[in-house]
Design a binder for this molecule. Structure first.
Ligand code: F6P
Ligand code: MG
Length: 445
């Protein structure tokens, strides 16, 4: 199918997740920000000028909220001194007349976060304020049990990997890779209940393989074997930098850092580059300050009282950052409304960097929507086709780890599988409810 023929989902599309999100969730997100700013401004130690400015910010936010609730047209963004504003307005003009509940979902949702940031950018005292920090922190602390359990599991996995490596146990090495990949995958759903907890012995017998297969039944497009084959084929390559385009802070980011550390310890990668967003984005996405915040939380025995494994683990993770084996970077392209089909024209330098990367891992739902242009593809469309210019002959090796939380999902092997999924999770639930996922890989050849 031709890339151009596939329509992107609009917030007016009946029965879509797009429509439901625009009609019910956006206004609530803005209200959450208004409340958060109110709470911050009310604190005793807040400077009175900063407090006074918070009122104007709250009024501006209420205006956006009203616009959403009353389905007002999307209008040009006024200048806030940042270079990207022109691009947003050009894109809006290209779409033509549209309103909050009648616009391309991808554009409308990104535009909402840019509108919020514009208000903060135009302020004097709130420019670097993270409107989602409070929410990100409190959610992370609630995942206490999973964090502590994962810390202990990770230490075991790394020890097993070393053992499997020394004894050349290829099948065990692969199963450990699958387990770590799935931890990073289901971290996107903040639901690790589908994972098995296996010993090296389990991994070597049928029971281990069966447990892993069970956890994989909800992965509707699963290219793990292909990724593993690629990694095995290229293991002799001198520089093996893996890029991870991150999604959410807190628990998911913790799983991503563990995955990065594992890829290094297992000798799969020689360095890792983590891509964060430049400003608060889609509520929970990682921004630069969330990196230190992760460590601060992990080091706090108030947040995580079960210290046994964490105290062993954190210095190892910190060292990877301090020595520069793991680095972080932000590119302005990640906070534009463009799908990744536009990368060749809108961010050619970034594309070049990704072409030079050994493997680029895109985490999460929004990245997947951007990879596939938020297109309403038949679900059996190949991942390579849906990637458009980032697919065949792109020179980018792309792995998407995403739990399904929107309207798009491609790469399902057969129509009969789609039919079975529709029966098992009717009304498109398997594309939306976060209980199903994809591990989609394309070599860009
Ligand atoms: O639940 C819908 C949604 O808000 C989508 O708009 C967006 O794609 C997704 O959640 C964000 O999920 P993730 O953090 O996995 O990118
Ligand atoms: Mg996100």
């Amino acid at each position: 199918m031709n890339v151009q023929e596939v329509r992107a989902v609009w917030t007016s599309d009946k029965g879509s997740m797009a429509k439901q999100t625009a009609e019910t969730r956006w206004a609530k997100i803005i209200q959450g920000i208004i409340d958060d700013i109110g709470e911050t401004a009310a604190a005793e130690d807040v400077d009175c000028q900063r407090r006074a400015e918070s009122i104007a910010i709250q009024i501006a936010l209420k205006d956006i909220k009203k616009g959403i609730e009353q389905n007002k047209p999307l209008t040009r963004l006024p200048d806030d001194g940042k270079l990207d504003i022109q691009e947003w307005n050009k894109q809006l003009a290209a779409i033509g007349e549209c309103s909050w509940t009648n616009c391309p979902w991808l554009f409308g949702e990104c535009y909402m976060y840019r509108c919020i940031q514009r208000i903060l950018n135009s302020s004097k005292y709130w420019q670097n304020y993270d409107v989602f920090k409070r929410q990100k922190d409190s959610t992370f602390v609630k995942s206490r049990a999973a964090v502590e359990e994962l810390a202990s599991r990770y230490i075991q996995i790394v020890a097993d990997t070393q053992l499997a490596q020394n004894e050349s146990k290829e099948e065990a090495k692969k199963l450990l890779f699958i387990e770590m990949t799935e931890i990073a995958l289901w971290g996107n759903a903040t639901d690790l209940s589908l994972l098995a907890n296996l010993t090296l012995e389990d991994l070597q017998n049928l029971q281990g393989r069966e447990a892993i297969q069970k956890s994989q039944r909800n992965i509707v497009d699963n290219d793990t074997d292909d990724v593993w084959a690629y990694l095995q084929r290229t293991v002799g390559q001198a520089s093996r930098q893996i890029d991870v385009v991150l999604d959410n802070a807190g628990f998911e980011f913790f799983t991503d850092v563990l995955y990065a550390a594992y890829l290094l310890e297992a000798g799969i990668a020689t360095s890792i580059r983590l891509h964060t967003k430049e400003f608060p984005w889609f509520v929970s996405d990682v921004i630069p300050s969330d990196v230190e915040s992760l460590f601060e939380h992990l080091e706090s025995s108030e947040c995580f009282p079960g210290r046994k494994c964490l105290d062993q683990l954190i210095p190892r993770l910190r060292k990877l950052f301090q020595s520069g084996v793991i680095t972080t970077t932000s590119d302005p392209f990640w906070t534009t409304p463009f799908s990744f089909h536009e990368m060749p024209s809108k961010a050619p330098a970034l594309l070049k960097e990704l072409q030079n990367s050994y493997l680029v891992i895109f985490k999460g739902d929004l990245n997947y929507r951007k990879l596939t242009r938020d297109g309403l593809w038949p679900h059996t469309t190949t991942y390579e086709t849906a990637l458009g210019p980032l697919g065949r002959e792109s020179g980018v090796r792309i792995l998407a780890l995403r739990t399904n939380k929107s309207d798009v999902c491609v790469g399902v092997p057969t129509q009969s599988k789609v039919d079975a999924l529709n029966e098992e999770a009717p009304g498109g639930a398997w594309v939306r409810n976060g209980k199903y996922a994809v591990v989609s890989f394309n070599e860009g050849r």
